[in-house]
Design a protein around this ligand. Structure first.
Ligand code: ADP
Length: 251
């Protein structure tokens, strides 16, 4: 639990004249589950997207496992390779699933291993079947996303992220597009991953789940981290007024 898996130092990001991240420092240790909370617009999604380089920070230092680099300056070939490697060390699970609609559940899971890891088809299929089984969907391998429930789609998306054998998984509000009765099946899969020691960063408004699963709550507001604490301390005695007023609204 001590070795840093993801390290962000002085991360800044702006969209036009809106400064969304205003100097974020965060360390996520191997095996740690960090839950990012905060009001809408505080920069949580942008921060997890920066960890995966789906957004390029304007400045700051980023390290994912063994890949470390400065952000914001043009990259040479070696730098681009390092960035690609860093991106592959983390898997991303999106609010809206982002499955390929023209591919079956299995097709979605094996696309990355086939294209990026260049696994032979038979190995990719074996891996995909194993992962679909792990998220409780072995019976759905040949279904297209349009015939899956939201909870099933999100579980396929988790299997797809795991298929790249990431060192950490980033979740951006994984249940917020789902009907409430479908939350549990997705949270259960995340809970199992935590039990297996997966390093995870989870953006969620689900306070009960956050309290149960997080090793640490990181509370953001206005593009900065305002408070970091163990869940029990954060939920029972937040030190910052902004965290207190947020908790009054979500509880
Ligand atoms: P949160 O996840 O905490 O709700 P976001 O990171 O999604 O916050 O957004 C922070 C701010 O950045 C919001 O004001 C949002 O409108 C803005 N923003 C996010 N992505 C973009 C983008 N691609 N282009 C312009 N503005 C964006």
């Amino acid at each position: 639990m001590t070795q840093p898996m993801i390290e962000l130092r002085g991360i800044h990001k702006r969209f036009a004249d809106l400064e969304v991240l205003r100097g974020v420092d965060l360390t996520v240790r191997a095996g740690e589950v960090v839950v990012l909370m905060g009001p809408s617009g505080s920069g949580k999604t942008t921060l997890v997207r920066c960890m995966n380089l789906l957004e390029e920070p304007d400045s700051g230092h980023l390290r994912v496992c063994d890949c470390a680099f400065d952000c914001g300056s043009p990259r040479d070939r070696a730098g681009r390779r390092l960035a690609r490697q860093a991106r592959r060390r983390t898997g991303m699970v999106f609010q809206q699933f982002n499955l390929f609609p023209h591919m079956t559940a299995l097709g979605n899971v094996i696309e990355g291993p086939r294209q990026v890891r260049q696994l032979p088809m038979s190995e990719a299929i074996a891996l995909g079947e194993r992962l679909l089984d792990r998220v409780g969907l072995s019976g759905k391998r040949d279904e297209y996303p349009s015939r899956l429930s939201g909870g099933q789609k999100q579980r396929v998306a988790i299997a797809r992220a795991l298929a790249m054998e990431p060192r950490a998984v980033l979740f951006d509000e994984p249940t917020s597009a789902l009907d409430p009765e479908l939350h549990a099946e997705v949270l259960e899969v995340i809970r199992e991953l935590a039990g297996e020691g997966m390093t995870m960063v989870i953006v969620t408004h689900e306070t009960h789940f956050a309290r149960e699963i997080a090793d640490r709550i990181v509370f953001m507001d206005g593009g900065v981290i305002v408070e970091e604490a163990a869940p029990e301390a954060f939920f029972t005695r937040p030190t910052q007024e902004r965290a207190r007023s947020f908790l009054r609204l979500v509880d």
